[in-house]
Design a binder for this molecule. Sequence first.
Ligand SMILES: Cc1cc2nc3c(=O)[nH]c(=O)nc-3n(C[C@H](O)[C@H](O)[C@H](O)COP(=O)(O)OP(=O)(O)OC[C@H]3O[C@@H](n4cnc5c(N)ncnc54)[C@H](O)[C@@H]3O)c2cc1C
Length: 417
Amino acid sequence: MERTVHLTLQPRETFVLAQYLRHMVPDGRPPRVSSRFLLDFGLAFLHQIGEDGRPNDASPSEHVPISEEDALSLRELVPLNATLGGMAATRASGTTAVRYGTMRENVLGLTVVLADGRVVRTGTRARKSAAGYDLTRLFVGSEGTLGVITEVTVRLHGVPDAVSAATCAFATIQGAVDTVITTVQLEIPVARIELLDEVQMDACNRYSGLDCPVAPTLFLEFHGPSERSVAEQAEMVREVALEHGGSQFQWATDAEARRRLWKARHDAYWAALALRPGASGLTTDVCVPISHLAQCIVETKRDLAASPVPVALVGHVGDGNFHLVFVVNPDDPAEMAAVKQLNERMVLRALAMGGTCTGEHGVGVGKLPYMAREHGEALEVMRAVKQALDPHNLMNPGKLVAPPPDAGFVPRADDVP
Ligand SMILES: Cc1cc2nc3c(=O)[nH]c(=O)nc-3n(C[C@H](O)[C@H](O)[C@H](O)COP(=O)(O)OP(=O)(O)OC[C@H]3O[C@@H](n4cnc5c(N)ncnc54)[C@H](O)[C@@H]3O)c2cc1C
């Protein structure tokens, strides 16, 4: 008779996790029991990074945890108390990706424990390499389906000498997005350029005590080596914004005002939830080529007018990425059906524009239905990789590259991320 074992593991070292996994798949044979196990990680181990931003010369086998202070400043970069392993696994990014890149650009190497307990280290300290497949890029974004990331070596960027931030309200969302597109096309090196629609601005005003116009708004930040270079960038963007109906620039000049502004931005999800006390948040995102961003957002907003629930739009628009937070009652089937349809229309629109079904949040199980449409034959190649590295389907079964329907796998409700 089949037995199901539920385990929660909290390994603190790579080799301990490797032992667990070897034990579960002895001699490469399938597990005798149907096992479901949950791994609980804190902050992933990191190789120490030199002051020049490059990995230092410590032996790769020397696991040097970073100092608590460095860990804290790293965590400020990490959204929603996410872990570094989780960020690498979802190829995450955030408000500064437009200038500093996503986890794809900033992960230099990984230690990964495979499903059979083998431990692989990817990447080198060389600036570039032509030696073989790029396994770092394979595991970054694999959502835990190919192995467990236990160490992440990241590139750090220096703190800029001069910083300024501002908000700018627009008469229309089209004007705000056109400002972003022109800014990107002019290659003005903005450090952050975030869009909040009028619903989200209203929510942020109430939740975070801001006093901004209830209108589509850009949150901007400029970094540079001097006050002058930052002022030049800001002036260029201001001119672009004015051409597109932007007005009411509000500058956050000192560090405290900037911190308050970006805290409000990072609390956007909680602010949206507060629009409907007791409701839940259903988040989704897409990413499109920047040249299609305005059309995608405008058409999506037109659809959202029919939403039966409050829905807020926020976007890392400099990357062509935007998110919706539907504030739903998950127990109301009619509401959920309507929201599902709105989400689907947005995803199909993004795909038709040459974009992707998710720029950040990942596939999990929610975006599975769109993977074939987005990737075509390449999805079969992904499945082949999964089969090669995890033949017994132990690692996050049912996610990212779900088996074909005839395999009879039905994702469980609690597999939903
Ligand atoms: C309101 C809201 C806002 C968000 N904002 C952003 C954002 O700005 N930018 C962004 O990129 N994402 C965002 N996300 C998505 C998500 O928070 C990020 O992708 C985050 O990086 C996930 O990290 P985590 O540690 O919470 O991972 P989890 O949510 O715990 O896991 C995510 C996936 O990675 C796998 N995983 C976790 N750790 C490991 C590991 N060590 N090895 C292998 N696989 C692992 C898990 O099994 C799971 O499949 C947001 C989500 C929400 C709900």
